[in-house]
Ligand binder design. Structure first.
Ligand code: NAD
Length: 497
């Protein structure tokens, strides 16, 4: 039996007028489990209209009332997250523990946003000029758009919407059409937490829905996360329409392993960050750069660990689930074919995996390549699957040059016991998020998340104080109150006195 997944407007499901739908599958079985509505322009305008109508009252709702709702949202999420994890596993395929992990990382942003009264405090200067005071405030933008990718159906939207809502904006979330149900579950939770109608809305759809968000003048900002070509398109179209845009793109994350590194720690990290969530993480490590004569040992240790990974249905005890769709599995497998053909050494071949799951699931096991060179497509392209490449280099400088000449700059890591080398790396590497003996450096909610170069278009990273700045506009107010000393007309240019 399949379910229909519709839009969410004014705290209830909204079927829309479009008859177009897209199938939603369970990646572990291959079965179609739902049909998601694909909005036409009219539907998109109806959703945006609800967010627009709700804005004036929400921006004037006191901070005390807004944060009370946020606290309730956080408490409900904490209590009920296993339900959401089950939804994510059923549509995305990642194992339940991983789904719970992504919810917890999103929840941290909701916790951060509970402190919004402190974060929105402005400055005040008394007597900037004689009897003239200056103060600053930050005000919400209006209705804001969030467009999210398939790989984190809960966490990525939560990088943005708790801060946006806390700051007084109203939201239209356009989730990935591959796993759209998590957004509806979160919308229901907001309703239960007491969020007024129209403050949080969900628009299901594809390019048509995205284009309306990008060009409709009622939408004041766009927070996008997805692949680099679409991020570039979103940034160009949204800014041309006068909107504030933060568009987070793809990644090709390298880890450098120096000769003095703890190789067991490094091998654990390569396996966890290379194959966790089947490599469908923007912070996955896809290239291990082995410096000097440690490469043979490192490859042996990674192989030893990766061969113990079990691949199967995410609801079982498997370590790794399937890929999100059959088409994506086939695309990743075609990269493995290409890597083999290009002459890389296939150490572990995920195409031959025996998965503990349905025969029609979208399976591909952990794949390890050695002797990868920078001209191969498995090196140049973002594969977004469980494929780890080992590149052998002779020196730190050669490793750094590889990373800095890569078009992407999302995350990177260095494994070493030499503090001086690590410090040099954090200073010299042209990447937005850096781990030192830590493989997936996703910053805490009170820091900001964002890459450099082709991994982010726009000036502002997600959440943390940058997120607060993104979802608010600053205003400076200069005030003079007449008092008995006020001295009459003066047409001269006002000067501080
Ligand atoms: P995607 O670019 O295909 O889709 C992202 C969103 O854009 C979805 O909501 C989708 O419906 C929409 N979209 C797709 N095609 C479109 C088009 N032609 N015009 C307008 N909108 C369109 O990305 P994905 O496959 O869902 O997610 C994986 C990608 O996201 C990877 O490249 C990954 O690196 C990236 N990602 C980046 C980060 C980060 O923080 N930088 C985080 C998560 C994922």
């Amino acid at each position: 039996m399949t379910t229909t997944i519709s839009h969410w407007v004014n705290n209830k499901a909204y079927p829309g007028t479009s008859s177009a739908t897209a199938p939603v599958t369970n990646p572990a079985t291959g079965a179609v489990t739902g049909e998601v509505a694909l909005a036409n322009v009219e539907d998109a305008r109806a959703v945006i209209g609800a967010a627009t109508a709700a804005f004036p009252a929400w921006r004037d709702t006191s901070l005390a009332k807004r944060t009370a709702i946020l606290f309730r949202f956080r408490e409900l999420l904490e209590a009920r997250k296993p339900e959401l994890a089950a939804i994510i596993t059923a549509e995305h395929g990642k194992v339940l523990s991983d789904a719970l992990g992504e919810i917890s990382r999103g929840q941290e942003v909701a916790e951060f946003a509970c402190g919004i009264p402190h974060l929105l405090k402005g400055g005040f200067t008394e007597n900037a000029s004689t009897k003239v005071d200056v103060h600053s405030v930050r005000q919400p933008l209006g209705p804001v758009g969030i467009i999210s990718p398939f790989n984190f159906p809960a966490m990525v939207p939560m990088w943005f919407f708790p801060v946006a809502i806390a700051a007084g904006n109203t939201v239209v979330l356009k989730p990935s059409e591959k796993d759209p149900t998590a957004a509806i579950w979160l919308a229901e939770l907001w309703k239960e937490a007491g969020l007024p109608d129209g403050v949080f809305n969900v628009l299901q759809g594809d390019k048509t829905a995205v284009d309306e968000l990008l060009t409709n003048p009622a939408i004041k900002s766009i927070s996008f996360v997805g692949s680099t070509p679409i991020a570039q398109y979103v940034y160009a179209t949204g800014t041309a329409a006068g909107k504030r845009v933060q568009a987070l793109g793809g990644a090709k994350n390298h880890a450098i392993i120096l000769p003095d590194a703890d190789l067991d720690l490094a091998a654990d990290a390569m396996v966890n960050a290379g194959f966790g969530s089947a490599g469908e993480r923007c912070m996955a490590i896809s290239v291990a750069v082995a410096v000097g004569d440690i490469a043979d040992d490192l490859v042996a240790k990674i192989t030893e660990r990766a061969t113990t990974i079990t691949t199967g249905d995410g609801t079982t005890n498997a370590d790794m689930g399937p890929l999100v769709t059959a088409a994506h599995r086939d695309k990743v497998a075609s990269y493995v074919d290409a890597g083999e053909k290009a002459g890389a050494t296939v150490v572990l071949d995920g195409r031959a995996v025996q998965a503990d799951g349905g025969p029609d699931g979208f399976w591909l096991g952990p794949t390890l390549f050695d002797n990868v060179t920078p001209d191969m497509s498995i090196y140049t392209d973002e594969i977004f699957g469980p494929v780890l490449s080992v590149v052998r280099v002779d020196s730190y400088d050669e490793a750094l040059e590889l990373i800095n000449s890569n078009p992407y700059g999302n995350g990177t890591a260095i494994f070493t016991n030499d503090g001086g080398a690590a410090r040099r790396f954090q200073n010299e590497v042209e990447v937005g998020m850096v781990g030192i003996n830590v493989p997936i450096p996703v910053p805490m909610a009170y820091y900001s998340f964002g890459g450099w170069k082709a991994s982010l278009f726009g000036d502002t990273h997600a959440h943390g104080t940058e997120g607060v700045n993104f979802f608010t506009r600053a205003k400076a107010i200069t005030t003079r109150w007449l008092d008995p000393s006020h001295g009459g007309l003066n047409l001269g240019f006002p000067q501080n006195a």
